[in-house]
Design a protein around this ligand. Structure first.
Ligand SMILES: *Cc1c(COP(=O)(O)O)cnc(C)c1O
Length: 430
């Protein structure tokens, strides 16, 4: 087992040190295909592990409740400046601890309890914070949900794309105060323009939740929602490849309300070490090499999707425009559930997550689908050819899921492939 170069300072705790090494080994010897994950750069990891973790900084730059924040103010200001420049936004709040906090803060900033929000249905790709019964969001606000068009076998009109007639009809009928665009399990490009049109027709505000695709937007591979949306929320750790966290961009007129909703509305002291790491990632995302990276993510995803289709999986919506594919497993094997597939792939060293597909007959815990993504392994350097190989390995693992020897052989092939594409190759010491 290789030792992680990042735990070299943990000399006083063998138990944690050993767990970090084991996780380093898992991440670098198995395939990371979870669409919401990535490999942050050593610079991002270093900032996250810095002494900034020691500082209390409730409030915002220039208006803190604690002393000693002169340098911290510069860190947070730098992060905000880099972020507004990256997306061309008026105002940025970089304090949300995660994407869910960012969304709830926006609802709190712009709405009163009980107001209506129109967002995407969960089984069609929406996020828990888009009104799931198990999310606090559904307890404070009234959600109405739009969906995707029906599935069709016509390759030129495959269906399962956002149904804008449905969005408009529901908007007309329910007059929401806020429309939410954006999804967590949707493989198609989300055009902000028709959402803006519909929002204007009914006098609603528009929030674009770009959690998954923020990196693709920053790299110019997907359209920027900032000119269309009143507020844009996102996570910093998915395609954007920063530390775990959230952020909010908004028009100047909502800046004060959004800031108040994050702190003191939602959170206490900000994680300034994470904010420093966010600043590092925003700079990385502004480099020309980041656009090359995000274009490659999409190219890899298209090649991966086509190869998976060739193996007999049905791609929900008929393909992919972003970093992910949502697979309907029933065409591959009517008996195979998402849960069973995820577990079999895990044994073969292929990390994925089960996911509901539109109108899934199975529960969210079992599911008929699987979600895969290319952002992490593209960071590790994999190209189209490797993703074609990965598709074949996945199909083999699922076909031979009852055969331990076959699974062990696939796991060895996976480890060899990952050995050739280590995202931290060359970094032996921080
Ligand atoms: C991931 C995600 C979130 C939440 O992010 P967390 O950091 O996990 O809280 C919100 N919205 C969408 C669309 C997401 O995909």
């Amino acid at each position: 087992m290789s030792t992680s170069p990042f735990d070299a300072w943990i000399t006083n705790d063998d138990e944690v040190s050993s767990l970090l090494s084991q996780e380093w080994n898992r991440q670098t010897s198995t395939l990371q295909l979870i669409a919401s994950e990535n490999f942050a750069s050593p610079a991002v990891l270093a900032a996250t592990g810095s002494v900034l973790t020691n500082k209390y900084a409730e409030g915002y730059p220039g208006r803190r409740y604690y002393g000693g924040n002169q340098i911290i103010d510069e860190v947070e200001d730098l992060a905000r400046r880099r972020l507004t420049a990256l997306f061309g936004a008026d105002h940025a709040n970089v304090q949300p601890h995660c994407g869910a906090n960012a969304n709830v803060a926006v609802y709190q900033a712009l709405l009163d309890a009980g107001d209506t929000i129109l967002a995407m249905r969960l089984d069609q790709g929406g996020h828990l914070t888009h009104g799931s019964p198990v999310s606090v969001t559904s307890k404070y606000w009234h959600f109405v949900s739009y969906g995707v068009t029906p599935r069709s076998d016509d390759p030129d009109a495959p269906g399962e794309h956002i149904d804008f007639d449905n969005v408009r009809d529901l908007a007309m009928q329910h007059r929401p105060k806020l429309i939410v665009a954006g999804a967590t399990a949707y493989a198609r490009l989300i055009d902000p323009a028709p959402f803006r049109e519909i929002a204007d027709e009914v006098g609603a505000l528009l929030m674009f939740d770009s959690a998954h695709v923020a990196g693709l937007i920053a790299g110019g591979s997907h359209p920027n929602p900032v000119p269309y949306a009143d507020v844009v929320t996102f996570t910093t750790h998915k395609t954007l490849r920063g530390p775990r966290g959230g952020a909010i961009l908004c028009r100047e007129e909502y800046a004060k309300k959004v800031d108040m909703a994050v702190f003191p509305g939602q959170q206490g002291g900000p994680l300034e070490h994470v904010i420093a790491a966010k600043a590092v990632s925003f700079r990385e995302a502004a480099q020309p090499s980041f656009s090359v990276y995000t274009d490659q993510i999409v190219k890899n995803s298209k090649a991966f999707g086509a190869a998976l289709a060739g193996e007999g999986f049905r791609l929900v919506s008929g393909g992919t425009d972003n970093h992910m594919a949502v697979l309907d497993l029933r065409d591959f094997d009517a008996e195979l559930t998402g849960k069973e597939a995820q577990e079999a792939l895990d044994r073969a060293g292929i990390t994925t997550n089960r996911n509901q597909i539109p109108d899934d007959p199975r529960s969210p815990f079992i599911t008929s689908g699987l979600r895969v993504g290319t952002a992490a392994e593209t960071t590790a350097g994999m190209k189209e050819a490797q993703f074609v190989t990965v598709a074949a390995l996945m199909a083999r693992a699922l076909r031979s899921r009852g055969d331990d020897a076959a699974i062990a052989k696939i796991r060895a092939e996976v480890a060899e492939l990952c050995g050739a594409f280590n995202p931290y190759a060359g970094f032996t010491k921080l």
